[in-house]
Design a protein. Structure first.
Lengths: 243, 127
């Protein structure tokens, strides 16, 4: 049969609604974004997660595909977040001697970092006179998305906004960490990794693994610990500081 | 690889069951991390002589595979988020200032405390 516009349209209707297309697009966009990041010498501004997200948003806009159709395919990638979190136990186990050696700095940085992450964003947001529902939704921003959504329920924040802020914080931290740490002259990859994992959860941890294995292990540890501490302190902080 | 993936899923499943079953504030995957770490410690204690030529454990292979592409796993959620910026109702600039400012402050505070405590301990050990 000869190709015709009608047949092409039929094919597109089939493909655009099948999970296969959007799963392939998700992985392809990320691989291409990684190539771009590698070509840029892993420059902090050229963040592969951000590039892949922007590219896919443009494709969805141009093809007028709604997010639900896209997610039918992309959910297979999204699902792997759970086992990937559990996989952090392996990098912790490999670096257990370093983690045990740094137990005191880890505990101190965890408590201070978790409180600063939550209090600073609420105070800045209030100083900028942002509406109360945005201020509340900003509080758990440094926690990984799935867990931030759980905290959203506790503090009565809008889950949609909480997810937006958590992802945006992850990308911000992944971009900021290298220039900030270089400016401070911190060469300890354990400390650098711990800071980025605490401030910007899994996306920061992905950046840490990109730079250094030890930094990745400490970032993963900080992300897991901060999830627990923020879940415990965020309701109290919101109770004190919310408008 | 398949065995390793099975182990990761099993620990996540057990973690979720404990978290939800007991109504704990700690999320399931975080409990899964703690349990898998404990299991790895136990297996190292009972099988201390792992020859280098044995290669990585199945669970290590699966973990390395997932963690080397950790960024990819955030892309689907990120796409959903990028489409809901209109929910910010014209507060985009204020939100950006609050998020980026707070993230920078958190990075500096966390790394500063970490290094100060680490240095204090090193100094005490050197004395």
């Amino acid at each position: 049969m000869k190709p015709s516009p009608e047949r092409f349209f039929e094919l597109w209707v089939f493909l655009s609604t099948s999970p296969l297309l959007w799963l392939t697009v998700t992985i392809g966009a990320f691989l291409a974004a990684q190539q771009i990041a590698a070509a840029a010498g892993r420059h902090p501004l050229v963040n592969p997660v951000l590039i892949a997200i922007v590219a896919i948003v443009v494709v969805l806009r141009v093809t007028e595909t709604d997010y639900r159709t896209y997610f039918d395919g992309a959910q297979f990638v999204h699902f792997a977040l759970g086992p990937a979190t559990v996989a952090l136990a392996v990098s912790l186990f490999r670096n257990r001697a370093l983690v045990a050696h740094d137990a005191a700095p880890i505990a101190a940085a965890l408590v201070v970092g978790a409180i600063v992450a939550c209090v600073s964003v609420v105070l800045i947001a209030r100083a900028l006179a942002l509406p109360p529902e945005i201020v509340t939704a900003l509080a758990p921003k440094s926690v990984t998305v799935s867990i931030a959504l759980g905290i959203a329920g506790q503090i009565g924040a809008d889950p949609g906004l909480v997810a937006v802020f958590a992802i945006a914080t992850g990308i911000s931290g992944a971009i900021l960490v290298t220039p900030v740490m270089n400016a401070l002259g911190v060469k300890d990859f354990a400390a650098r990794g711990f800071a980025v994992g605490l401030a910007s959860h899994g996306i920061g941890t992905a950046r840490a693994f990109q730079v250094d294995g030890v930094a990745g292990a400490f970032a993963g540890l900080a992300m897991a610990l901060n999830a627990v501490v923020t879940a415990l302190v965020a309701p109290t902080i919101i109770g004190w500081l919310a408008p | 690889m398949l065995k390793g993936l099975f182990i990761l899923l099993l620990f996540q499943l057990v973690g979720e069951a404990i978290s939800r079953g007991l109504g704990l504030p700690v999320p399931g995957p975080v409990i899964g991390v703690m349990l898998l770490f404990a299991a790895l410690m136990l297996s190292a204690r009972f099988k201390p002589m792992r020859k280098p030529d044995e290669g990585p454990l199945p669970v290590e292979q699966a973990a390395d595979g997932l963690l080397s592409h950790l960024g990819l796993l955030f892309v689907p959620a990120g796409v959903g988020v990028a489409q809901s910026y209109y929910a910010l109702q014209g507060h985009l600039l204020g939100v950006a200032v609050a998020l980026i400012g707070s993230t920078a402050i958190t990075l500096v505070a966390t790394v500063a405390v970490f290094r100060l405590v680490a240095r204090a301990i090193e100094r005490r050990a050197a004395r």
